[in-house]
Ligand binder design. Structure first.
Ligand code: FRU
Length: 472
C-alpha cells in the first residue's frame, strides 16, 4: 500500500481502502492513541458498519490494524466510544478497554418499526487487538425511538459513576451506570430558544474543561446530520454546567467549525494531563459517497487540541495544532512582507502549512494551479468566505461547488493558519478561535498562492512549511 493515489491525503488519516465515516472509540492507553472508525470493508460507499482500527504514538503517524468489531445478529456496529476500566467496574478485568457502541438493526429499520437501535458493549484485554462482545447485549434497550445512538461514555469522579450521552432524535439523553452494564436515564438535554430547523442530532460528547484562570465548565458537543449553516452536516458545542445528571448551558451554542467538511467530531478519552483532543470526519453527508476518490473514501481531520477561553462572560474553544504538526516541518518559503499583493508560484503547496500574522482588514487568498483551477478565501466586512466553485472537480454533486461558504469573524483578524493536504484545507483564524474545513479535488495540485487586497494593506511574517508524508 503506497497511499499515493491522486487526492490521497498525505498527513491525514485514511483507511488503506474502502469506506470510512465517523471516528469511534477514541482512547489513549499505554502510550498509544487508538482510533476506531465507522468502516465498510467491502465497498467505497456506506454499508453494514464495522469498527476499523488504527493506533498512533503521536497522533500524526498511524499503524493500520485489523478490524476490531464486526456486525452480528443484533445489528451493524454504529458509532460509539471507548473507556479504560481502571477500577474493573464491569468485571471484565482491571484496565480492560471497553467499547460502548450502537447496534443498528437494519431489518427492523427497513420494516419501518422504531426500535432499530440499542447500545452494546465489548471488551479487549490486549490493547484493542481482539474483542469479546458482552454476552448479555444490548445493555441499553430502545424505548421506541427511531434514532437512539452514538454513546459517548466517561467516568465521573464526583459521582463515582459512568455517564453516557446519547443522541435521541432531536435531543441528547444523559444516563448513568455503576458498571457499564446497567444504565439509568438521568435527563434529556434540549435547550430552549434553540435553532428551529437543524437536522437530526448525532455523535454527542460531554467533558469538563478548565480555563487558564481556573474556571471549570462542561462542554457538550452535538453533531447535526443536516441543515447546518453552510449546508449539510456540521458540529456545534454548548458551554455550561453538569452535576452528573443534568447539563445546563450557560450560553447559546457556537459552531466548532464553519466549513462543510467537519463532522462527527468527538474527543479522545483518558489522555494524560487533562488534554482534550478533538478529531472529526472530514466530509459531509451531502456528498460523502460521491467524492471522486477511488480505492478509499474519506479522511479524518488533523487532531486539534482544545482550550477553553473566557472572554466577557462568554466561553469559547480554541483549536490548535499539536506540536508534532508544528515542528516536523521543512521550510518552503519565509518572508517578512509589508504590503500586498503577495504572489508566489510553483511552490508545490499540496502538503504544506501556510501561516501569517496580519493587520489587513480585507484580503483575498487564492490557491491555484496551471490548469487555472483555484480555491479562494476572501475576508471582508467581518466575514470570511470560501469559494470552491472553480476548485477542480465539482460536478459529482450539485451542492459541492455551488454555494459560497461563509463564517462571521466579528473582530480583527490577526493570524491565519492553513493546513493544505492533497484534497483538503483546514483554516484556523486568530489562534484557532475560528476554524473552517473544506475538501477540494483539483486535477493538478495547487502550486501557487497569491494574497491580494483592494486597499493598502499589510501582512507580515508569512511562512510556508512543507509537511512530509506520514506514509513514506
Ligand atoms: C454520523 C452517523 C452516526 C451513526 C453512523 C453510522 O455520521 O450517522 O449517527 O452512528 O454515522 O455510520
Amino acid at each position: 500500500q503506497n497511499y499515493d493515489e491522486i487526492y490521497r491525503p498525505q498527513f491525514h488519516f485514511t483507511p488503506p481502502a474502502h469506506w470510512m465515516n465517523d471516528p469511534n472509540g477514541l482512547v489513549y492507553f499505554n502510550g498509544k492513541y487508538h482510533l476506531f472508525y465507522q468502516y465498510y470493508p467491502e465497498a467505497t460507499v456506506w454499508g453494514p458498519m464495522h469498527w476499523g482500527h488504527a493506533v498512533s504514538y503521536d497522533l500524526m503517524h498511524w499503524e493500520q490494524l485489523p478490524i476490531a468489531l464486526y456486525p452480528d445478529a443484533l445489528g451493524w456496529i454504529f458509532s460509539g466510544s471507548a473507556v479504560i476500566d481502571t477500577q474493573n467496574t464491569a468485571g471484565f478485568g482491571r484496565n480492560a478497554m471497553i467499547a460502548i457502541f450502537t447496534y443498528h438493526n437494519d431489518e427492523i429499520w427497513k420494516s419501518g418499526k422504531k426500535n432499530t437501535e440499542s447500545q452494546g458493549i465489548a471488551y479487549s484485554l490486549d490493547e484493542g487487538k481482539t474483542w469479546v462482545k458482552y454476552d448479555k447485549n444490548p445493555v441499553l434497550n430502545n424505548s421506541g425511538e427511531q434514532d437512539f445512538r452514538d454513546p459517548k461514555v466517561f467516568w465521573n469522579p464526583s459521582t463515582q459513576l459512568w455517564n453516557m450521552v446519547l443522541a435521541v432524535g432531536d435531543h441528547i439523553r444523559i444516563f448513568s451506570s455503576p458498571n457499564l452494564k446497567e444504565w439509568k436515564k438521568e435527563s434529556d438535554f434540549k435547550p430552549d430558544n434553540d435553532f428551529k430547523d437543524l437536522g437530526f442530532w448525532e455523535c454527542p460528547d460531554l467533558f469538563p474543561m478548565t480555563t487558564s484562570e481556573g474556571t471549570t465548565k462542561w462542554v457538550m458537543i452535538v453533531n447535526h446530520g443536516d441543515k447546518c449553516p453552510n449546508g449539510g452536516s456540521g458540529t456545534r458545542y454548548f458551554v455550561g454546567d453538569f452535576d452528573g445528571k443534568t447539563f445546563t448551558p450557560s450560553q447559546s451554542s457556537l459552531w466548532m467549525d464553519h466549513g462543510t467538511d467537519f463532522y462527527a467530531a468527538v474527543t479522545f478519552s483518558n489522555v494524560p494531563d487533562n488534554q482534550r483532543i478533538l478529531l472529526g470526519w472530514m466530509s459531509n453527508w451531502q456528498y460523502a459517497t460521491k467524492v471522486p476518490t477511488e480505492v478509499w473514501r474519506s479522511a479524518m481531520t488533523v487532531p486539534r487540541q482544545l482550550e477553553l477561553v473566557a472572554s466577557k462572560n462568554q466561553f469559547f474553544l480554541k483549536q490548535s495544532l499539536l506540536p508534532v504538526f508544528q515542528y516536523n516541518q521543512n521550510e518552503l518559503y519565509k518572508a517578512i512582507i509589508a504590503s500586498l499583493p503577495f504572489e508566489k508560484k510553483r511552490l508545490e503547496l499540496e502538503q504544506a502549512e501556510i501561516s501569517f500574522a496580519t493587520e489587513a482588514s480585507d484580503f483575498r487568498i487564492t490557491l491555484s494551479n496551471s490548469a487555472k483551477e483555484q480555491f479562494q478565501i476572501t475576508f471582508a466586512d467581518g466575514v470570511i468566505q470560501m469559494d470552491r466553485s472553480q476548485s477542480g472537480q465539482v460536478g459529482f454533486s450539485e451542492v459541492f461547488g455551488s454555494k459560497i461558504q461563509s463564517m462571521a469573524v466579528p473582530e480583527k483578524i490577526t493570524s491565519v493558519q492553513m493546513l493544505l493536504d492533497a484534497s483538503s484545507i483546514e483554516l484556523l483564524i486568530n489562534d484557532g478561535k475560528y476554524s473552517m474545513t473544506n475538501l477540494f479535488f483539483p486535477i493538478q495540485p495547487y502550486s501557487d498562492i497569491s494574497i491580494t487586497s483592494n486597499s493598502v494593506q499589510k501582512i507580515k511574517n508569512l511562512t510556508i512549511n512543507a509537511i512530509p508524508s506520514i506514509w513514506k
